[in-house]
Design a protein around this ligand. Structure first.
Ligand code: BES
Ligand code: ZN
Ligand code: ZN
Length: 509
């Protein structure tokens, strides 16, 4: 389950007067705002400008967002031109660019384009890095078990050259686009972990993947994996209770990335239920197969750590992934069981399907105790209720660290991985008190399901500032985003976390 780092798109940045097109399957990409013409590209041949202007006059090319027009130009230095519609100038942001690029991917594939030249000489405000992301995310295919005709198309786009205006700092632009290529590769990695069927994506396999992330040369990252025995020794009975029904041994994974100049230590904890049948509180059959995605939080954390080992920002980050399979069995935990978690709190397991909070409880309590982070953030496909609240358009964020929550929401705006805050008043904590134990793992009826789940988690972070992200709605099944495939996992969290951590590393004093 190795992440294919050699698949990363090659990035170049050049000034227009130094531009030379390579031989082969190249395409010049010219951005266009809605109804703002003529086209403005330093690299475009005059003859093509004339042809394209005729199409503009006929309103075949409009510049509307997510529309594109491809003109084959076999006799020029570039072999085709793609006019990339960005919509109205006032509404252009990174997400519009990402979606425009994602929408153009099918056209690049049809015309066998391998090397893109994006001309932003007249669009210095255009987020070129978002273009790189949109192309890389849009090109992801999940072909482990089935090849389709589209997958068999020859080499996808593997090189992108940004043509920048004379006054642009090339180095900074290049670094930004390089980061975008790496982050989209890692996002595709998280999508791949999640899409892989649960019979091939076990806790043990996730642990091996984590070790591979740390084993990269000069990673500044170490990997520790706790097995069943070690967790039993530590009293992690909330996590182990969930694992009882499965033949797959549970693993608690830690990736510890350190930087000598770090001012802060952040812990990221991702729910890694490799399959959630519900356990004895069995889920209905109709969509149960989707529960192979119940490890999307863990995938996001591991793949974020992979990015850090390559970018080396000045911040310490501990990535934690509690991983188990939740199954019904003669040995499975049963409703009414009472377990004592790592921090000594007792929990009445009223519903074995509310298992994510149980495994996170032990993982977070241990993490705050052992690593003493300045802030802990967990990410989990935790509640169906978040889909009722926000649909598939945003993840919910809750917690005690107001500053981190604001920064995460801002990082969500920058990356297109949206977050919306829900409240966490004291009343919700009352709703999680147990009858015969300190806590119950479910609230009364179905009220405020996303919030009561967070209120439960709060009991396991002590005084450490904390944020919780519920991605049950955004981890898969997202429709109408051109660079995502609605049939598969989205990799939500990798872009969000990376941006947040980089922002912190840059601003920490
Ligand atoms: N993994 C599920 C949450 C989930 C449900 C994600 C549907 C995506 C789609 C979680 O473990 C779960 O089953 N939660 C229960 C909690 C309830 C029993 C309090 C839920 O949301 O129904
Ligand atoms: Zn469940
Ligand atoms: Zn679950």
């Amino acid at each position: 389950m190795k992440m294919k780092t050699d698949m990363i798109t090659m990035i170049n940045v050049v000034k227009a007067d130094e531009l030379a097109f390579e031989d082969g399957e190249t395409c010049l990409v010219v951005p266009a705002y809605h109804r703002e013409f003529p086209l403005n590209s330093a690299a475009l041949a005059e003859e093509d400008e004339v042809i394209l202007q005729a199409l503009i006059d006929k309103e075949i090319i409009t510049g509307k967002a997510k529309t594109c027009y491809y003109l084959p130009t076999p006799s020029r230095a570039y072999k085709g031109v793609l006019v990339l519609g960005l919509g109205k100038r006032e509404t252009l942001d990174a997400e519009t660019m990402r979606r425009a690029a994602g929408a153009a991917v099918a056209t690049f594939g049809r015309h066998r384009v391998r090397h893109l030249y994006l001309d932003v000489t007249a669009f210095s405000e255009a987020p070129a890095a978002a273009f790189v992301e949109g192309v890389n995310l849009g090109q992801y295919v999940f072909d482990t078990y089935k090849k389709t005709e589209a997958d068999e198309a020859p080499t996808p786009v593997s090189e992108i050259t940004i043509i920048a205006a004379a006054d642009v700092a090339l180095e900074a632009l290049g670094a930004e686009c390089q980061t975008a290529a790496l982050v989209s590769l890692a996002t595709n990695g998280a999508r791949h972990f999640a899409n892989t069927a649960a019979n091939d994506m076990t806790p043990g396999i996730l642990a091996l993947a984590a070790e591979e992330i740390a084993n990269v040369e000069d990673s500044q990252c170490s990997c520790t994996v706790f097995d069943h025995e070690k967790m039993a020794e530590l009293g992690m009975n909330a996590l182990l209770g969930v694992a009882h029904g499965s033949e797959e041994p549970p693993k608690l994974i830690f990736l510890d990335y350190r930087h000598p100049d770090a001012k802060r230590t952040i812990a990221l904890v991702g729910k890694g239920v490799t399959f959630d049948s519900g356990g004895i509180s069995l889920k209905p059959g109709s969509k149960m197969h989707e529960m192979k995605y119940d490890m999307c939080g863990a995938a996001a954390v591991l793949c974020t750590m992979m990015v850090l080992t390559h970018l080396k920002p000045a911040i310490n980050v501990v990535g934690v992934a509690p991983t188990v399979m939740n199954m019904p069995d003669g040995k499975a935990q049963t409703p009414g069981d009472i377990v004592r978690a790592y921090n000594g709190k007792t929990i009445e397991v009223h519903n074995t399907d509310a298992e994510g909070r149980l495994i996170l409880a032990d993982a977070m309590a241990y993490t705050v105790d052992h690593y003493k982070p300045d802030c802990i953030v967990d990410i989990a496909t935790l509640t169906g209720a978040v889909i009722i609240a926000l649909g598939h358009c945003a993840a919910a964020v809750l917690g005690t660290d107001d500053a981190a929550i604001d920064q995460l929401i801002e990082a969500g705006r920058e990356t297109g991985e949206r977050l919306w805050r829900l409240p966490l008043w004291e009343e919700y904590e009352k709703m999680m008190e147990g009858n015969h134990a300190d806590l119950s793992n479910i609230g009364p009826d179905r009220e405020a399901g996303t919030v009561t789940a967070a209120a439960f988690l709060k009991q396991f972070v002590g005084d450490t500032p904390w944020a919780h992200i519920d991605i049950a709605g955004t981890a898969w099944g997202v429709k109408n985003v051109s660079y995502l495939n609605s049939k598969h996992a989205t990799g939500y969290g990798v872009r969000l976390f990376t941006r947040w951590l980089l922002n912190q590393a840059e601003t920490a004093t």
